[in-house]
Write a protein that binds this ligand. Structure first.
Ligand code: IMP
Length: 426
């Protein structure tokens, strides 16, 4: 038995969806444990593109189960759209393939309105999906959970209690429109009716399945540098994106997790505001963006692009306990004469090898680069490490040395089979 957590090792958008989809063949259940529909996990299967915001990326395997854990914040309307779309395409034929934790907190319309209104006051560059305000309510103990949706009396009471405060905040502080109970009540009760068949005590389900020897893959969303505790605070998301949260976010214990894989792009991207030491605001950055199709799969925003940052990935390795790394989108670098790797930050004349907690220091940091020669060759068809151009091999070997962690998977294209598996991650 071997249960694995897969997490983003940068600022999200590392291509976790593809890696999860690839590894699902070896496991029985895939679990999302944090985040919400701020995520957009892209999978390309036989030329068809799927973007999952809430449903775990393992759903394209008909015999595998998928769980939305209690640590997720769930926008039920978005989930229903995703389910409908999948069913139309011939997937999710058995309702038992998908389960939602009874304890998952809901995103309500006022969360979205608060999120977008606050962005006008202090811009973090959020996805505007109501993620932060929903997690705030969870911590303030006034959140509404999926199980509440299944009881009209409970849902109405919680909604009324919440609206009495949210409306004051919306109108008087944020100068926004208020909500009527009736605007939300019917729509959400209807969502509840549609989702009821998926709602389970998923912590119990996982416990029973693990006892039977079933293998679980925990699918992280966003990336380590967006973690609310260990990321570039306050330019982060509102959940713990690190592997440790796979436990709390799905209701299992740490002894049930056996390995952690980090996913990192062969370069770095970030969406939204916040420090990004290796950002390239020039033609090289534009070229990476164009070649990598670096536009948000949730919001369509152009992603900021830069070179691979060892300091960032080493930070992720430490806070996640990453034991192996998947490098994605190596093919995006096919057409560069020179490729740089950031090995440290120069701050006030001194070189640092860790991410400083102070955002002000991070903003002042200048990357210290090593420069390698590019390979100027198409590598999409490569399936063996030894068939990669020498310079591509050198690039990966240098990264491996600098991060002190084995690279076990290399993605050279968006299709499931456009992958070099050096060692089975499980
Ligand atoms: P929020 O999660 O919508 O509150 O956004 C907070 C920050 O996290 C913003 O900078 C977003 O761009 C970023 N973010 C949230 N989800 C993702 C993701 O899935 N990929 C990349 N960035 C994300």
């Amino acid at each position: 038995m071997s249960n694995i957590v897969i997490v983003g090792a940068q600022w999200g958008d590392e291509g976790k969806g593809k890696i999860v989809d690839l590894l699902t063949q070896y496991v029985d259940i895939v679990v999302r444990f944090q985040g919400g529909n701020n995520a957009g996990h892209t999978i390309v299967l036989k030329g068809e593109k799927f973007i999952f915001h809430l449903i775990p990326s393992g759903i394209l395997y008909k015999d595998k189960k998928c769980i939305i854990g209690n640590g997720v914040v769930l926008d039920p309307g978005v989930l229903i759209e995703e389910i409908t779309e999948l069913k139309k395409k011939g997937y999710l034929k058995e309702d038992s393939q998908l389960m939602i934790s009874e304890g998952t907190h809901l995103i309500l319309p006022y969360h979205r309105r608060i999120d977008t209104a606050r962005e006008k006051i202090f811009k973090i560059g959020t996805t505007g999906r109501g993620i932060g305000p929903a997690y705030e309510d969870k911590m303030a103990r006034c959140g509404v959970r999926v199980i509440d949706l299944l009881d009209e009396g409970v849902f109405r009471r919680k909604l009324e209690e919440n609206l009495s405060q949210k409306n004051l905040y919306l109108v008087q502080v944020l100068k926004e429109r208020s909500f009527e109970v009736s605007e939300i009540l019917e729509e959400y009760l209807n969502f509840g009716k549609q989702l009821k068949k998926y709602v389970k005590d998923t912590s119990l389900v996982l416990y029973e399945e693990i006892k039977k020897g079933k293998q679980i893959l925990f699918e992280g969303a966003q990336g380590a540098l967006l973690d609310v505790d260990h990321g570039t605070y306050p330019y982060v998301t509102s959940s713990n994106t690190v592997a440790g949260n796979a436990c709390a976010g799905s209701g299992i214990g740490p002894t049930m997790i056996h390995s952690v894989m980090g996913v990192a792009k062969a370069y770095t991207t970030r969406v939204g505001e916040g420090p990004f030491p290796t950002e390239l605001r020039d033609r090289v950055g534009d070229k990476i963006r164009e070649r990598g199709g670096e536009f948000g799969s949730t919001t369509g925003r152009p992603r900021r692009c830069g070179w691979f940052d060892v300091v960032v990935v080493n930070h992720s390795i430490r806070i996640n306990g990453i034991g192996q790394v998947a490098i994605t989108k190596l093919d995006v670098l096919n057409d560069f004469e020179k490729i740089k790797i950031c090995v440290g930050y120069r701050i006030n004349g001194k070189v640092f090898h860790h991410v400083p907690s102070s955002i002000e220091m991070l903003n002042r940091s200048e990357p210290v680069y090593e420069e390698l020669s590019g390979w100027k060759t198409e590598i999409k068809g490569t399936r063996d490490f030894s068939d990669l151009p020498q310079n591509a091999q050198r690039y990966l070997q240098r990264i491996e040395e600098l991060i002190g962690t084995k690279i076990t998977v290399i993605s050279v294209g968006s299709e499931r089979n456009e992958t070099i598996v050096i060692r089975n991650p499980l």
